[in-house]
Design a protein around this ligand. Structure first.
Ligand code: MG
Ligand code: ZN
Length: 217
């Protein structure tokens, strides 16, 4: 019987992720892995960001979903190049899937590639995709205890975007609590509060991203 240890699989993933990163570096494409629960507002955040950076940067998206292409259709409507990955049950993207998707990108038409991961706060933390930056998205309706309960995904992220901030008056979400937890887990991470449907906080988030993009390439 052949037994494959999960640790070895992760090592193979890390190696593929490095290859993806090298490929993106060579093409001059900055890559951002966007993680968060289903319904956190990842796609809505991307839509709002794209409206704000239009003309400044050329984005593209790899959409990861278990099934269907609903989010990819929303992105395509904005005229942004998009590749859909259907994981057919798998609850996260891995570097191998990204390697396959990278083949269908026109690098000349892209400055920054966003990967919208499968909605999941757990195992997405363990899979480097070859990105330069990871953003974790958490909505106010999910609760302020999530960094304490799912530390790995927050620990490895470069920014926390708190979405649906306009709902704050209607929830018991304590922004100070999550901020303190995030500062403990990832002291250098930026924290943004946005209400993407209304555009609140989007300019600050976009400016930070554009600055990372220009210093990261
Ligand atoms: Mg989405
Ligand atoms: Zn998973």
């Amino acid at each position: 019987m052949k037994i494959i240890a999960a640790r070895k699989l992760l090592k193979a993933n890390d190696q593929l992720a490095e290859e993806n990163r090298a490929r993106l570096d060579a093409a001059g494409v900055f890559c951002v892995n966007v993680v968060g629960s289903p319904g956190a507002g990842k796609t809505t955040l991307l839509e709002a960001l794209f409206a704000t950076v239009a003309g400044r940067v050329k984005p593209a998206v790899i959409e990861g979903d278990i099934a269907g292409s609903l989010d990819a259709e929303r992105i395509a409507k904005l005229g942004v190049p998009v590749v859909q990955i259907n994981t057919e049950g798998a609850c996260h993207l891995d570097a191998n899937m990204i390697a396959a998707a990278l083949g269908s990108l026109d690098y000349d038409a892209v400055d920054v590639l966003f990967i919208e991961n499968v909605g999941n706060l757990v195992c997405t933390a363990g899979f480097d995709l070859g990105e330069h930056l990871r953003i974790v998205v958490l909505s106010t309706s999910e609760g302020d205890d999530k960094a304490a309960k799912y530390p790995a995904i927050f620990q490895g992220s470069d920014a926390l975007v708190i979405t649906k901030a306009d709902l704050l008056p209607h929830t018991n979400f304590n922004a100070d609590r999550i901020t303190a937890d995030m500062k403990r887990l990832a002291p250098n991470a930026e924290i943004f509060q946005v209400a993407a449907l209304r555009g609140d906080g989007i300019v600050a988030t976009a400016d930070w991203l554009v600055q990372k993009l220009s210093s990261g390439r």
